[in-house]
Design a protein around this ligand. Structure first.
Ligand code: SAM
Length: 225
């Protein structure tokens, strides 16, 4: 059974999409989307040999070799021009890594209409990449599974402007302020305050000053939510 997290990611893939799932690991997400008939063609990209082999094994086990091409490659290098990919999923990595994969693969995004990301941390990197590269956020989701909180950000082409709070917390998530959203940021806020507290006792180098300033800024931002 697919995790709640990946099921939520899958829910943003449109019927009939040609998908590239980057960092696919076991290829659970493309296998699920094909099994359920939502799509019929996908690329599963992996940069590490071990997960690449598990993806291949799993696709074979499910008898989906005609539907899913598993490729070893760094980021969007796994995508080829005539694959006809129009949708990309990148899940289960940090926001900065996801943003760098999109940045390095920018030239491969020509025919892509939708990018679905699920950053584990620092989701603001993805919002920043989007704004700078002509993408807009069409939907966001936040969910909790096994005590961990996950965000999903869905992008399509368009121009958007977000203020500081929206960039940090997510324009839609901020508007909803769901209980899980509140829990996430209360946790983070407590952590920032804890670190700031220990830095207050840690002497006064320029580096510590700089870290404290950053934390105060984040705490102030969270206070405005
Ligand atoms: N996407 C799956 C999920 O959400 O459950 C797997 C997440 S797993 C934590 C991250 C995977 O991304 C790993 O298998 C890793 O090898 C792969 N990965 C990391 N950087 C990558 C890159 N630049 N290109 C392709 N795959 C990458």
């Amino acid at each position: 059974k697919l995790s709640e997290r990946l099921t939520a990611v899958a829910s943003f893939v449109e019927s009939g999409a040609v998908l590239a799932d980057i960092g696919s690991d076991h290829a659970y997400l493309p296998c699920y989307l094909i099994r359920t008939g939502i799509i019929s063609k996908a690329i599963a990209g992996e940069v590490v040999k071990g997960p690449f082999e598990s993806a291949k094994k799993n696709v074979k086990k499910e008898g989906l070799e005609n539907n899913i091409i598993v490729r070893l490659g760094n980021g969007l290098q796994a995508v080829e021009e005539n694959d006809g990919v129009d949708t990309i999923t990148i899940a289960g990595m940090g926001g900065p890594l996801i943003a760098s994969i999109l940045q390095e693969g920018n030239a491969k995004l020509g025919k892509v209409k939708r990018i679905i990301t699920q950053p584990n941390i620092h989701s603001s990197s993805i919002r920043e990449w989007a704004v700078q590269n002509g993408w807009t956020i069409i939907e966001e989701e936040i969910l909790k599974e096994d005590g961990k909180i996950y965000e999903i950000i869905v992008l399509e082409r368009g121009k958007a402007e977000y203020d500081e709070l929206e960039m940090k917390f997510g324009p839609y998530l901020l508007e909803d302020k769901s209980p899980i959203f509140v829990e996430k940021w209360e946790r983070e806020l407590a952590e920032w305050k804890r670190i700031l507290d220990s830095l207050e006792k840690a002497g006064d180098t320029d580096e510590i000053q700089r870290r404290k300033e950053q934390l105060r800024k984040k705490i102030e931002l969270a206070g405005r939510v």
